[in-house]
Design a protein around this ligand. Sequence first.
Ligand SMILES: *[C@@H]1O[C@H](CO)[C@@H](O)[C@H](O)[C@H]1NC(C)=O
Ligand SMILES: *[C@@H]1O[C@H](CO)[C@@H](O)[C@H](O)[C@H]1NC(C)=O
Ligand SMILES: *[C@@H]1O[C@H](CO)[C@@H](O)[C@H](O)[C@H]1NC(C)=O
Length: 417
Amino acid sequence: MLVRFNFYWICFAFSISVLFILAVTRYADNTNHRSYPERPGNFNKIMTIEGEEQWNIPHVGLPNIEDILEETRVKIALELSNYNFTNSAAKNLQELLLESGGQPLRSLIISTWRSGSTFLGDILNAMPGNFYHFEPFMNVKAFQIRGPPEAEKAIISVKALFKCNFDSFLHRYLEQYLRNKVTPWYQFKHNDRLWKHVKYNRDLFFDPMFFSSFCKLFPFQSMKLVRFRLRVVRDVLDDHELNVKVVLLVRDPRAVMQSRQGKGVEFCKNTSPDCSQPELLCADMISDYIAAIKLQRQYPNRLMVLRMEDLSLDPKSTTLRLFKFLGLSMTPEVEQFLDSHTTLQAGGAYETFRVSRDVPFKWKNILHYDYVEEIQIACKQAMELWGYRSAHNATHMASKEFYPLETLNHSTILGSK
Ligand SMILES: *[C@@H]1O[C@H](CO)[C@@H](O)[C@H](O)[C@H]1NC(C)=O
Ligand SMILES: *[C@@H]1O[C@H](CO)[C@@H](O)[C@H](O)[C@H]1NC(C)=O
Ligand SMILES: *[C@@H]1O[C@H](CO)[C@@H](O)[C@H](O)[C@H]1NC(C)=O
């Protein structure tokens, strides 16, 4: 109760601050202003500019939480009524539910910006009964967490979320929002099963008890992190109760750098060395490679490595291989997702309707050879380790003979397939 009580206070304080900021903003922008900007119209306009349209939703009080939970419980059971649990080593749905004292199947995707993790995350989220922890460290913007002191806090947070504990996450979230004015909604939108309930209800949005009870209804829990290097994951793997399976997703650094120059990734350019410098990207790729070999030895069958190119070129069989590793069975929903997202081409920087056979090599037609050469020099070792071939010159790069991929021998990286 105390926690909830505190939250109402924070919400109250927050609303006051927002109103204050609005008042100041309007004062600065509009010298003709006469009245305090409390009309929904004003609110709406300013909020839309900042992409914060939800603040315009009034407090409507808490809905009947028990009803939402029961409805979701029934829906998940229905959606999974024909599900084949054999791969998961659980006999039935109950054994995978935290609310029934079971343990869900947890998967953690480790990647970096613009490596296809949104697509991979959406494949997992196409599973009925999946709860998606999307980028919980989005608020740290374009930094990589490579070790202490950030890593310790981050690990505590990852573990708590995987256990459906949202207390400190929502607290920090709100604090950071007040400090940095980071768009707080984006990461929740990807968890559509939760988002549809909290989207229009501010009270529910900051209710960690609702988040927790809701989360505990889901047999599959997935998380994706693009700011968290693989060596830091050891402490998450150490937690035997969680029994997390980790997927390391890598991509050709030339494709990554090309994609980071696109629209919608402004945070990546110049201001963040971790994001804008191929040297740092490739140092991380080497460190991830070394960590992959170590972790595989220490935790057999808890880590899988995947190249974005292999996923794009052969989404179905790569997904099957991935699901087998994660202990998941293929469902019609996932098949349908793959069908609809690997054939069409549309959308902006973060749309996933664009993963088709020519995407992996698009950079060849866009990047100047000079820049490609710069990346290849900075990334020589990383590219060799992960099976990416260098182009020798501009003519070679543009020619049909140049195929950037080597077949990656998973046995050499991970000891077993
Ligand atoms: C369930 O999956 C297992 C392992 O893939 C398979 O051997 C079995 O035949 C499946 N059962 C049904 C009913 O489809
Ligand atoms: C470009 O590289 C190709 C393949 O290595 C080589 O055959 C060719 O001579 C090179 N062209 C130039 C202009 O250096
Ligand atoms: C992969 O590597 C292993 C170990 O080095 C080797 O035995 C195997 O033949 C390789 N497979 C292929 C397809 O190259």
